[in-house]
Ligand binder design. Structure first.
Ligand SMILES: *Cc1c(COP(=O)(O)O)cnc(C)c1O
Length: 398
């Protein structure tokens, strides 16, 4: 197979637009609701609440802003420890620190690559006073959310679900973004649907939704002048961005079907190689397949070493490693990425505690980070282009 560099870059995940988005943006323009008030925001909140199955939705400027308000609603105080997913995007945990909280990182389970409920139980033994848990659904695969919610309830803890990557994924038929007391989705440009940016806070607690909405618009009190009894934020969603999200909702299920097809095509195409795909339990979970990832078998890893900012490797027949595959993809104008580097390995969090399922066990996270990578998973990638990507990966193992 003769492969030439792709003329257009094959992205990990880029926005896929359809036309309705422009119609709703134009409506905002023509009616002059070029603001953080308007029909697109109202409708996007309604669509989000209905789709996910939460009573209330608050449109915000970003998923990170939504997480920040969720952490505030959970009442995290200065110096308070909070259990957080370890292998995730930093935005899952940074808002805990904005409020002066101290993230305590929880190792992942092999079955979903998400927070290990066994490690979480152990963390409650070590830190029985903890009152808040932040759990993320990595790459669109649901964590063991039912188990984690039960553990939180047993310990009287508030659960914040970071469903930024997993909109549309279900566990036992229930949508992700509905398991926590406070839940977050993101409409960042690379997510399953996008507004170019934007986020949503979801909850069944009406009072909490009202407070978040007030905080997000500078905490104005009901008075003739600007009256403030609480600290405020400029976190509200724009009516223009809400128009993009509103148009995208009509295509969410189609985006998921496309991502699913990409995952299955990789799974089939890579079946003869010493690799596995990012796992999920098909008996209970239906991911949204936001990103397709692969994990190289331990005995098929060539030697790769990583400093804080660079990777190098020694090529070996029959073996490969993330750095070699990423270099190969990049040479052909395709984007891949290492797995999220675990938070407990990040210099900024070097002082923070980290809890594994067993006292002396090697962290699962570090192993997945060492052997895993994300593949081009863009919905606009053609089957022929994906076949070429698969062939390039095969060459790395030749
Ligand atoms: C994208 C993302 C966020 C942040 O969302 P933004 O809208 O970009 O602020 C938070 N958590 C996870 C896991 C994400 O992937």
């Amino acid at each position: 197979m003769d492969i030439k560099p792709f003329p257009h870059k094959l992205w990990l995940s880029s926005p896929t637009m359809h036309g309705e988005e422009l119609q709703y943006i134009t409506e905002a323009y023509q009616t002059n609701w070029m603001s953080t008030v308007g029909e697109n925001i109202t409708q996007t909140e309604r669509l989000s609440a209905e789709y996910v199955g939460c009573r209330y939705a608050v449109g915000l400027a970003s998923g990170t802003a939504a997480l920040h308000l969720a952490v505030k609603l959970a009442g995290v105080r200065r110096g308070e420890r909070v259990f957080c997913s370890d292998m995730t995007f930093a935005a899952t945990v940074n808002p805990v620190v904005y409020e002066g909280g101290i993230p305590v990182f929880i190792d992942s389970e092999r079955d979903t690559w998400n927070m290990d409920p066994v490690a979480l139980e152990r963390a409650f033994l070590l830190y029985p006073d903890v009152r808040v848990v932040v759990v993320a659904n990595l790459y669109g695969t649901p964590a063991g959310l039912d188990k984690i919610r039960r553990i939180c309830d047993d310990h009287g803890a508030t659960m914040i679900e970071d469903a930024a990557e997993s909109l549309g994924a279900t566990l036992c038929g229930k949508q992700t973004g509905s398991f926590g007391h406070f839940n977050v989705i993101s409409f960042n440009g690379n997510k399953i649907i996008t507004g170019s940016s934007g986020g949503m806070l979801l909850t069944d607690d009406r009072d909490a939704a009202d407070r978040a909405r007030k905080w997000s618009t500078q905490s104005r009190e009901n008075a003739p002048w600007y009256q403030h009894t609480e600290l405020g934020y400029n976190y509200r969603m724009s009516n223009v961005i809400a128009g993009v999200v509103r148009g995208q909702y009509a295509h969410l299920n189609e985006h998921i079907a496309g991502k699913r097809a990409i995952y299955m095509r990789y799974k089939e195409g890579l079946a003869d190689l010493p690799v596995t795909m990012n796992p999920y339990d098909s008996a209970v979970a239906e991911p949204n397949f936001w990103l397709s990832c692969l994990l190289i078998d331990g005995q098929a890893m060539c030697r790769e070493t990583r400093s804080d900012t660079q990777a190098s490797y020694v090529s070996e027949k029959g073996k490969s490693c993330p750095a070699e595959i990423l270099e190969m993809l990049s040479a052909y104008n395709a984007e891949g990425r290492p797995i999220w580097k675990p938070m407990h390995m990040q210099p900024v969090f070097r002082e923070n505690p980290f809890v594994t399922a067993q006292a002396e066990a090697a962290p699962v996270d570090e192993d997945i980070f060492a052997r895993g990578l994300c593949l081009p998973s863009d919905n606009k990638m053609t089957p022929a282009e994906q076949d070429a990507v698969i062939e390039l990966i095969k060459r790395c193992f030749a």
